[in-house]
Design a protein around this ligand. Structure first.
Ligand SMILES: Cc1cc2nc3c(=O)[nH]c(=O)nc-3n(C[C@H](O)[C@H](O)[C@H](O)COP(=O)(O)OP(=O)(O)OC[C@H]3O[C@@H](n4cnc5c(N)ncnc54)[C@H](O)[C@@H]3O)c2cc1C
Length: 347
């Protein structure tokens, strides 16, 4: 496949599918014969939620191809495992066009709904729940045009609900959604991938040329793509969260100033948060931790008694638009799939 043809293929497929399907569609539609040949080899850089999801989908679609995941961080060491994992794309999540963005979100929602209907849902870390979002001063932050028509319920709260988190809230919405807990989801993906013959290599990739032995390379390196691709448009948005025991919590709550409380499958809730643009500090900041805990307890006072399990920091790989694009780098065919910012778990 020539460069122009490859790029056209990606763009066409992008219009028709969510990110996790885009690259697989490309191969299905345009390289089927060549990739189905026994011995065709595909490398996926990255074992975060993007890389492992993609590897699993490729494996399902290209049963004859040999798929290898190459990464230097796994499971708890990935940004994916810091995430709350809630299906609630923010308005900064952007594909190449509005239509493609919307299409990705619809397809992603359907993708998660399919898993939710199977007995695997719990092991895969997927859990449906409801969420309240309140604001004291901004009506618009309680709305989300990206999901209002997708999720089963998205409505304004009534007067009673507006008082659930105490006095002073002026605006609020309630919506149904789901979360993907990567602490369970990544091991689940890895188990399926390896049980079907997928190979995993622990290695840092310094350049694409070191992968010239593969027929095709998918770059799902998250923020690692910044150096790998010398991509100045990819920026970290630092996040910090508290994981706290709250098995009684069954509903998510959002307040002003990036304050959120998300229930967990195993009774450990995620309390957030911060969004620090262009910060690369991976250390836990005690002032951030104190601010997060105070804001979350103001929103939901019962959390004061919750035992803190750990504080976590993650650098969101932010890029506008998310890079889903084909490129030939020194003769190596690469499909980039990175830069999902604060919304890569749902993608
Ligand atoms: C506090 C916080 C809360 C969040 N909440 C949500 C949420 O509620 N919902 C949501 O959808 N998203 C959320 N996110 C965002 C989400 O975590 C990310 O968008 C997502 O994890 C990105 O996944 P990824 O696979 O691209 O990257 P990562 O999980 O970072 O994985 C990158 C992989 O690439 C590998 N890699 C990188 N460079 C190289 C290299 N050179 N060689 C070899 N391997 C390499 C790494 O080892 C790793 O395996 C949140 C993020 C944070 C920090």
């Amino acid at each position: 496949m020539e460069r122009e043809e490859m790029i056209r293929a990606i763009c066409m497929s992008g219009a028709a599918g969510a990110i996790q399907c885009v690259v697989a569609d490309t191969i299905n539609t345009h390289q089927n014969k060549r990739m189905e040949k026994k011995g065709s080899s595909i490398a996926v850089i990255g074992a975060g939620v993007v890389g492992l999801s993609l590897a699993k989908i490729l494996q399902e679609r290209l049963t004859e191809a040999k798929i290898t995941v190459i990464a230097d961080k796994f499971e708890q060491d990935t940004v994916s495992c810091v995430a709350a994992g809630i299906f609630r794309p923010g308005l900064s999540f952007k594909g190449p066009t509005k239509d493609i963005t919307k299409r990705w979100i619809v397809d992603s929602w359907n993708y998660w709904q399919e898993i939710l209907k199977t007995p695997d849902a719990f092991e895969a870390g997927i859990m449906p729940f409801g969420a309240y979002i309140f604001s004291k001063d901004n009506y618009h932050v309680t709305r989300n045009h990206l999901i209002e028509e997708i999720v089963p319920e998205y409505r304004p709260v009534d007067e009673k609900e507006l008082k659930i988190c105490g006095e002073g809230w002026k605006y609020g919405s309630y919506f149904s959604t789901l979360k993907i807990g990567c602490e369970k989801h990544l091991p689940w993906l890895k188990k399926i991938f390896t049980s079907k013959g997928g190979e995993i290599i622990v290695k840092t990739i310094d350049s694409f040329t070191s992968l010239s032995g593969y027929d095709l390379v998918f770059n799902c390196a998250g923020l690692g793509a910044k150096t790998l691709c010398d991509d100045h448009d990819l920026v970290s948005i630092r996040g910090q969260v508290i994981k706290a025991k709250a098995p009684w919590l069954k509903t998510a709550f959002y307040g002003d100033y990036d304050t959120y409380i998300i229930p967990g499958l195993d009774g450990v809730a995620t309390l957030g948060g911060v969004r620090q643009y262009d910060s690369y500090n991976t250390n836990v900041d005690k002032y951030d931790a104190a601010s997060i805990f105070e804001r979350c307890c103001d929103l939901l006072p019962a959390l004061k008694e919750a035992e803190v399990v750990e504080n976590r920091v993650g650098l969101r790989p932010h890029r506008v638009p998310v890079r889903v694009e084909a490129e030939v780098v020194s003769g190596v065919k690469v499909v980039h799939c990175y830069g999902h910012g604060g919304y890569g778990v749902i993608r």
